[in-house]
Design a protein around this ligand. Structure first.
Ligand code: GUN
Ligand code: ZN
Length: 347
């Protein structure tokens, strides 16, 4: 899922986002709850109408954004207390309020409010409290949810890097029988080995037929490894954010097109890429070259728009190919081919 925090994928119109092949994007409850706010969301009839997007939307519940964005956020059993970034008034986001906002947003997948601690925290007692509180908050979210028949509520497994805690959390969450399950608290700079152990432990305990969503991941190689470990869904700002720094994500690694070596490189970002930016004009695309994006550099925003189109298309196509490889029972070959290309030019 590409991330459209403020009900907009930075740099793309909804039509351009649809052209990337995107069927599901992510919005944030915290941001939309502050602006345009619940009254406007109710008036307009939800986030699909607000942003002219008739495909799917997933909303994150808000707690994680608050804790990661605001130094002064404080978590208690009631909810997350914070000062409004607009005028400094004290506010409280409870599980009930997060669900009420997500009901007004009308997103197709809604997330429980969870108590998120960075995985690298050494405070075992606080981690356990956060895991157990997340289970209690899931119950409050389930009770508060007004439209379970049209909005799918996902639980979020917490428990840091402690595999026993993760196992306990999986058992509690799975018992609540939500339509999908997320693994949270990762993507916080933990070692890859630890990350893999957590994902592997959780997916081993989750029901086969429900979507498993690893939150806040990631780089192409993390996606491919996580799929091998049994995960299905991901979100990350990286492909869109890095586009704004002039970076193109390709099968052969990330290229910074601001580098002088691209000044007269008239090849597409990636040969054979079918995104609107790379596809040749005779096939209905724009036939954009690396040299053109290099020329636009940081000064002309269209360069970032074109790279965003390509990067989102690249990641969605990568995930589509992974899915196809699994269906055709050749995922191990797919993984070898993926890493073979990615590391082709590296020693
Ligand atoms: N985004 C990345 N990680 C998390 C998490 O643990 N919880 C929530 N709600 N959002 C996230
Ligand atoms: Zn492309």
């Amino acid at each position: 899922m590409p991330v459209a925090t403020q009900a907009s994928l930075k740099g793309l119109t909804p039509e351009q986002l649809a052209q990337t092949g995107c069927m599901l994007c992510l919005n944030n409850t915290y941001h939309l709850g502050l602006k345009p706010g619940q009254a406007v969301l109710d008036q307009v009839g939800g986030a699909h109408k607000l942003q002219g997007w008739d495909r799917n939307i997933l909303t994150d519940s808000g707690g994680f954004q608050m804790v990661s964005l605001l130094k002064l956020a404080k978590v208690t059993e009631e909810g997350v207390r914070f000062l409004s970034p607009h005028d400094g008034t004290p506010m409280l986001l409870t599980p009930e309020h997060s669900i009420s906002l997500q009901n007004s947003i009308g997103s197709d997948i809604i997330m429980q409010l969870d108590d998120v601690i960075v995985t690298t925290s050494p405070d075992h007692a606080r981690m356990k409290e956060a895991m157990e509180r997340s289970v209690r908050w899931l119950d409050r979210c389930i009770d508060a949810h007004k439209y379970p028949e049209r909005q799918n509520l996902f639980c979020i497994i917490q428990g840091g890097l402690d595999l026993e805690m993760r196992k306990q959390c999986c058992a509690e969450m799975v018992a609540r029988d939500t339509p999908g399950i997320a693994i949270g608290g990762l993507s916080g700079g933990e070692a890859k080995e630890e990350y893999c152990k957590v994902v592997d432990t959780c997916t081993g305990l989750l029901p086969e037929k429900k979507p498993r969503y690893v939150m806040g991941v990631g780089y192409p190689e993390d996606l491919i490894v996580s799929v091998a470990l049994g995960a299905d869904m991901f979100d990350c700002v990286w492909p869109t954010r890095t586009a704004r720094f002039g970076n193109a994500v390709t099968s052969y690694g990330t290229l910074n097109l601001r580098n002088h070596s691209y000044v007269a490189d008239f090849s597409p970002i990636e040969e054979g890429c079918e995104c609107t930016c790379c596809r040749p004009a005779e096939k209905g695309g724009l036939g954009i070259t690396k040299a053109y994006i290099h020329h636009l550099a940081a000064k002309e925003t269209v360069g970032a728009h074109l790279l965003t189109m390509h990067n989102v298309h690249y990641l969605l196509t990568l995930m589509g190919s992974a899915r196809q490889a699994i269906i055709e029972d050749r995922y191990p070959d797919f993984v070898r081919e993926f890493f073979g290309k990615l590391y082709k030019n590296r020693s």
